[in-house]
Design a protein around this ligand. Structure first.
Ligand SMILES: Cc1cc2nc3c(=O)[nH]c(=O)nc-3n(C[C@H](O)[C@H](O)[C@H](O)COP(=O)(O)OP(=O)(O)OC[C@H]3O[C@@H](n4cnc5c(N)ncnc54)[C@H](O)[C@@H]3O)c2cc1C
Length: 518
């Protein structure tokens, strides 16, 4: 094979973005992925003619994804559906097409709750900021961090500082008198996420959620094809156990089968805890950093129920009304953990998604694919009665995941009556499945915890860790720029590629971050 210019470890969106930019930039690149296909958290799969998105069910462009996909030449290969969310609770229900309308529906359900207006005033302020700077990362900071652009960004810092303060959300929501509603506003979403991310969800629900008509896997596959068109190589079922270093510089990678792949540069995009503890090794980092990485929590994992159902797409479309339905049986917010009881999932919120409602080709004729998801935990019930995340799945594990699957189906029947009688295919993906398919610690869905109190690693303004202590070795992906998610993972892949291609405008931002950010 000879020596590669760059070996990219991991074929999630970060590795795909990185390898595509490098191949387009003329580098001899190999992408190495342990799974049988690309995608990571954005993988999808087919069973008995039904297509399912395994993790991420749609995504926001965030001013990053679409410009990047256009630059790489894959945007036009897909038909893009703008996705809507319907939120249903016992008290109110609305389709999130306008923040004003959502506010009004809540006020109708809770008359006299002026606190709702206070919260939404701030949400709209943050949404305005996002709208105004819809392409801040991509254009302002990555491509063109001119003094003018940096100034435009810096002048919003006081507001940003307020919105990322972990206490600020609680302060704003305190004005809501109804205890259940207040609790939901404070705790909904990822655990402890700051106000800016809470507002970001409202903004994205209304303006910026997208789905490629062929399913998310089709986007991942087109990025693999594009890599190959530009002379790159993708190897699947190739797990990397070690990054090789020679005389202080990266020398390549070693596979689980002890094959050495030589490369002048390596970009690692997988789980960061394993990166520090095993794949590079603790000896390359400062002990305090190693300790922080060990102590820092990761984002919540999800449980997913994949259903092939005997319900025609037109009928399911009418029932669901939107691509995503979020249903809250109560305002209680639960984050399952190792101490949660055996029936915890029966009380959880669920998100129902039907990829085939908009794209009937994603299921057999006259039938539909459905995905039900909620938060869960890898450690729940002693690793789902499997005793450890590593061992072969026990019969008790199989039985438990079926039981949890049926609990989520039962909750979904509040939206789709008689659902359980229509099931033709069913499987359940647990946080242990996520660990197997993505290698993310505890099945983390978006890198480090969004709650800064869970983490000594995340500084005042977040976290950037694309460079590593080893020359020629870079890291990218949802652990390397907080808060993780699709756009952040993708942009870090581009930044790592830019470092290697010697396009270094981001270095100025990184320098500022290092000076002031912690
Ligand atoms: C259910 C769910 C819903 C989500 N919803 C959203 C959303 O609405 N919006 C949003 O922005 N984000 C969302 N996310 C998060 C987002 O999908 C991820 O943050 C993002 O896709 C991460 O991309 P990545 O490339 O950094 O990592 P990953 O997708 O984890 O990819 C890493 C890849 O590296 C491979 N790998 C790891 N170790 C090795 C090794 N040693 N050797 C070879 N290969 C290796 C893995 O197999 C994997 O394919 C969601 C995630 C989930 C799970």
């Amino acid at each position: 094979m000879g020596k590669y210019d760059v070996a990219v470890v991991g074929g999630g969106i970060a590795g795909l973005a990185c390898s595509n930019y490098l191949a387009k930039g003329g580098k001899k690149v190999i992408l190495l992925e342990q799974n049988h296909q690309a995608g990571g958290c954005m993988s999808g799969f087919w069973r008995k003619g039904f297509y399912f998105d395994g993790g991420d069910q749609s995504f926001e462009s965030g001013g990053i994804m679409f410009p990047m996909l256009k630059e790489l030449g894959v945007y036009d290969q897909h038909e893009w559906h703008k996705i809507e969310y319907r939120l249903k609770t016992a008290a109110y229900e609305f389709i999130a097409t306008s923040i004003d309308e959502a506010e009004q529906k809540m006020l109708d359900a809770f008359p006299g709750e002026t606190g709702i207006t206070d919260v939404f005033r701030e949400v709209k302020g943050a949404a305005e900021f996002m709208m105004e700077t819809a392409d801040p990362w991509h254009v302002y900071l990555i491509e063109n961090p001119s003094l003018r652009n940096i100034y435009r960004f810096l002048k919003r810092l006081p507001e940003l500082k307020k919105w990322v303060d972990p206490e600020y959300k609680n302060k704003v929501c305190e004005a809501i008198k109804d205890e259940g509603l207040r609790n939901w506003f404070i705790n909904a979403g990822y655990k402890g996420m700051p106000f800016l991310l809470f507002a970001g969800f409202w903004y994205s629900w209304v303006h910026d959620y997208w789905y490629p008509a062929g399913g998310i896997q089709s986007l991942m596959d087109s990025l693999v094809k594009n890599l190959e068109v530009h002379g790159g190589e993708a190897r699947f079922k190739t797990s990397i156990k070690k990054i090789l270093v020679k005389n202080g510089r990266v020398d390549g990678v070693l596979t689980e089968d002890d094959e050495k792949i030589e490369a002048e540069y390596v970009v690692y995009t997988g789980d960061y805890k394993r990166f520090v503890s095993h794949i590079l090794g603790e000896e390359y980092f400062k002990p305090e950093f190693v300790q922080k990485v060990k102590n820092t929590g990761v984002t919540e994992a999800l449980v997913a129920v994949f259903l092939g159902v005997d319900i025609p797409p037109e009928e399911i479309k009418k029932t669901l009304q939107t691509h995503h339905v979020i249903y809250l049986p109560t305002f209680e917010v639960i984050f399952p953990d190792e101490n949660s009881d055996i029936d915890v999932h029966s009380r959880m919120w669920i998100e129902i998604t039907c990829p085939s409602a908009e794209s009937p080709k994603l299921s057999p004729s006259g039938k539909s694919s459905l995905v039900l998801q909620s938060f869960s935990s890898a450690k729940w019930q002693n690793y789902w009665k499997n005793n450890s995340e590593d061992t072969k799945r026990t019969p008790e594990y199989q039985e438990l995941k079926k039981k949890v699957g049926m609990q989520l189906v039962k909750t979904a029947e509040a939206i789709i009556p008689g659902l359980s009688d229509k099931i033709e295919y069913m499987d359940v993906g647990t946080p242990l499945s996520s660990i197997r398919f993505t290698r993310n610690t505890e099945g983390a869905s978006a890198g480090w915890s969004y709650g800064r109190s869970e983490s000594s690693l995340i500084g005042k303004w977040g976290f950037v860790q694309i460079r590593t202590p080893v020359k020629g070795l870079y890291a990218a992906g949802h652990y390397t720029m907080w808060p993780g998610g699709v756009p952040m993972a993708a942009i870090t892949g581009k930044i790592a590629a830019n470092f290697i291609l010697k396009k270094r405008p981001f270095a100025q931002i990184e320098m500022l971050y290092r000076l002031f950010g912690r």
